[in-house]
Design a protein around this ligand. Structure first.
Ligand code: ZN
Ligand code: ZN
Length: 114
């Protein structure tokens, strides 16, 4: 690679990668996130807030097409300390569609679809 990066640009790249790793670890392992996520799903009655698709519970009975529900971040303002209104329950289909239109501001590239 011939592109020479400035120390500032390297800092930005490193910072983004650290944030992404921290975010993914939070979503995957944090008991706190599991609690926040579960509460949001309960409040939304295990239904997609966009199309109304319903899943009976997280690990038990699924609908016929087994589409899962995700808890999407509407804002990353209080990341790692989310309020229920910062989040939105979306089924996989609506979630994918949503991210095609709107890129999350927390990352420059992509989103782990959580
Ligand atoms: Zn949906
Ligand atoms: Zn999302």
């Amino acid at each position: 690679m011939n592109v020479k990066l400035t120390p500032e640009e390297i800092d930005i790249i490193v910072d983004e990668r650290i944030r992404r790793i921290k975010y993914e670890a939070y979503l995957q392992y944090s008991p706190k996130w599991k609690r926040i996520r579960k509460l949001k799903l309960l409040n939304a009655d295990y239904a997609c807030e966009k199309c109304g698709y319903r899943m009976f519970d997280e690990i038990g009975e699924y609908n016929i097409d087994k589409r899962k529900l995700d808890v999407h971040h509407k804002t990353y303002e209080r990341l790692f300390n989310e309020l229920p209104d910062d989040l939105m329950v979306l089924c996989r289909k609506c979630h994918a569609e949503h991210h095609q239109i709107m890129q999350p501001e927390y990352f420059r590239i992509g989103d782990p679809y959580k």
